[in-house]
Write a protein that binds this ligand. Structure first.
Ligand SMILES: [Zn+2]
Length: 139
């Protein structure tokens, strides 16, 4: 179960709306499973269909997370025209060529803007190519 403070959920939705119609992406970091930091990342694809986090930003964010002794808790991105469920591309991007997960412990948070007036947010894990939905509680 992932507990997410309302302000982070709001920030994810705001980011998604700003990047619309392209997908947005970002990282949530924190300690003991509690999110304390949100990083907006640049989607280098600038596409409505896919995302790729800027590798240089990712390096810096990973460094800051390590230096602060935080954990990378979640990776979020938006779907602008489909539901909040990982696509085949998302699963491929979450998986090394040998079939194991790049971030096996991280949640994948999907926000859908299919209904822009009522964005849907859901959380998943993608383990070794298999999607499982996780409880997401917004508090
Ligand atoms: Zn996606």
């Amino acid at each position: 179960m992932l507990e997410l403070e309302r302000r982070y959920a709001d920030e994810i939705v705001a980011h998604a709306l700003e990047e619309y119609p392209n997908e947005c992406c970002g990282i949530l970091a924190g300690q003991d499973g509690r999110v304390t930091r949100l990083y907006r990342m640049t989607n280098t694809e600038h596409s409505p269909y896919r995302y790729s986090m800027d590798p240089k930003e990712l390096l810096n964010v990973n460094q800051e997370i390590d230096d602060s002794r935080w954990e990378l808790l979640a990776i979020y991105h938006s779907h602008t025209h489909t539901e909040a469920y990982p696509s085949a591309t998302d699963v491929r991007m979450a998986t090394w060529p040998d079939g194991t997960s790049i971030w096996p412990e991280a949640y994948y948070i999907l926000v859908s803007l299919m209904d822009k007036s009522s964005p849907a947010i859901r959380a998943f894990r993608i383990k070794d190519g298999t999607i499982s939905e996780e409880d997401l509680r917004i508090v």
